[in-house]
Design a protein around this ligand. Structure first.
Ligand code: AMP
Length: 418
């Protein structure tokens, strides 16, 4: 029988990699805290309607990429393809924005999209997600963009590009949409099949099609800035002012529309020069209509999602530090079988004092135990002599020096050394 493998597009994050992920998540956690964001955890599955109404019926995510199934109770359930709609649902359901002060929320965890797997693109991938709800003004946008840039600065990422755009609002986007339909209808024969379909369903997405012929056709397309209403224009100017006040470098990308319908006004992405085709490490923007689209109150919001898998890839490629390599400090070694019990007891005492310690439980001989101690800072050795004298031989594995300490003082001796 062939062995069962992980499903296509998924992978195991093994110990050799998982400690690096912990470093990224703990750096994110500190950064979020410094920006006043609180952590939340939400279900990884939701009612399908949340995404079809929130993300949008005509988006790639909803049309092609969702893992949707009917549960045993006959309800349509979807594994979350993104976090924002769930956060907004939770904010409505739990009245998180009731005080009018806004809610700053962050989370991290797996997302699921049925996409074609390739480097940096998986079917189960992980996002670190921050959402600032309840505040409509442009300072909130600048704050969220600043938060994502600061996170990457702390992680040591280089060679990043911040691109921003405005996608308008329900007042001005229809005007722009019509201009695009008129423009692309006249160039229909230059468009790929998907974009011909997008023409009637979601024409803004033609602007970020990767197909060369579509890109060429889009070169002369009308500019959204010619259609923005006064409010959106002013909002965009203020976001730019905010970024400039904070001395951030960014560029305006008029083709940045993002794949989700809920965006209004600000859209932005952070791109890495070291990722190949899947070069976005984070993306986000404002979504003032999302709450109402999912049946909630009038809650504006702005946020971003950062791809944890991709950030880890870029950090690896750029040789960034992931902090201290995790390891055990002390290895307790039994010279003979009679000492194994004392060794296990010492190991446990060290652990109870918060010193990471390990010992052999597989009955390996002295030499094999010393080899296993190789990456530790100290070895605590117990044999016949130590048992008779009530001592432990503590060997400093960095310089090879060895001292004899009383068994009852071994823990405090090591506490002083580590
Ligand atoms: P999106 O929700 O599509 O804007 O994605 C936000 C971020 O999540 C992107 O910038 C990527 O870093 C990451 N991401 C999105 N889709 C995938 C995927 N299939 N595999 C890995 N990372 C992804």
């Amino acid at each position: 029988m062939p062995a069962i493998t992980a499903p296509r597009g998924t992978r195991d994050i093994l110990p050799a990699e998982s400690w690096k992920w912990s470093y990224i998540v703990s750096t994110a956690s500190r950064t979020m805290r410094d920006f006043g964001f609180s952590e939340i955890h939400l279900p990884v599955f939701e009612y399908t309607e949340l995404f079809s109404r929130g993300v949008g019926e005509t988006t790639d995510i909803v049309e092609k990429e969702m893992y949707t199934f009917t549960d045993r109770g006959g309800r349509s359930i979807t594994l979350r393809p993104e976090a924002t709609a769930g956060v907004m649902r939770a904010a409505n359901e739990n009245n998180l924005c009731a005080q009018g002060a806004g809610a700053k929320l962050w989370s991290w965890g797996p997302m699921f999209r049925y996409e074609r797997p390739q480097k940096g693109r998986y079917r189960q991938f992980y996002q670190i997600d921050a959402e600032y709800l309840g505040v409509a003004g442009p300072m909130a946008d600048a704050e969220v963009i600043a938060l994502s840039i600061e996170l990457f600065r702390r992680l040591g990422l280089r060679n990043l590009e911040v691109i921003i755009n405005s996608v308008g609002c329900e007042k001005c986007r229809p005007v722009y949409r019509q201009k695009l339909v008129d423009y692309f209808t006249a160039r229909k024969d230059e468009l790929c099949e998907t974009c011909i379909d997008r023409l009637s369903r979601n024409p803004l997405r033609i602007l970020d099609c990767k197909n060369e012929s579509c890109r060429n056709a889009a070169d002369g397309a009308p500019d959204i800035f010619g259609s923005l209403c006064d409010e959106c224009r002013e909002h965009f100017a203020q976001v730019r002012n905010g970024l400039e006040r904070l001395n951030f470098t960014y560029s305006i990308s008029k083709r940045l529309v993002r794949g989700l319908d809920y965006y209004t006004k600000t859209a932005y992405e952070i791109l890495s020069g070291d990722l190949g085709a899947q070069n976005a490490v984070a993306g986000g923007g404002r979504y003032d209509n999302l709450s109402r689209a999912i049946g909630g109150g009038k809650i504006p919001g702005v946020g971003f999602a950062c791809g944890l898998d991709r950030v880890a890839l870029v950090m690896e490629e750029q040789g960034c530090s992931f902090g201290e390599v995790p390891g055990v400090s002390v290895y307790c070694v039994a010279m003979d079988d009679e000492s194994r019990g004392a060794v296990q007891a010492l190991t446990h005492n060290l652990r109870m004092s918060g010193i990471s310690a390990e010992c052999d439980t597989a009955g390996r001989g002295f030499k094999a135990q010393m080899r296993a101690a190789g990456n530790c800072r100290f070895a605590c050795i117990i044999g016949a002599d130590e048992r008779v004298n009530g001592t432990v031989s503590v060997k400093n594995l960095a310089d090879g020096s060895q001292v004899s300490v009383k068994a009852g003082e071994a823990v405090s001796y090591l506490e002083g050394k580590l």
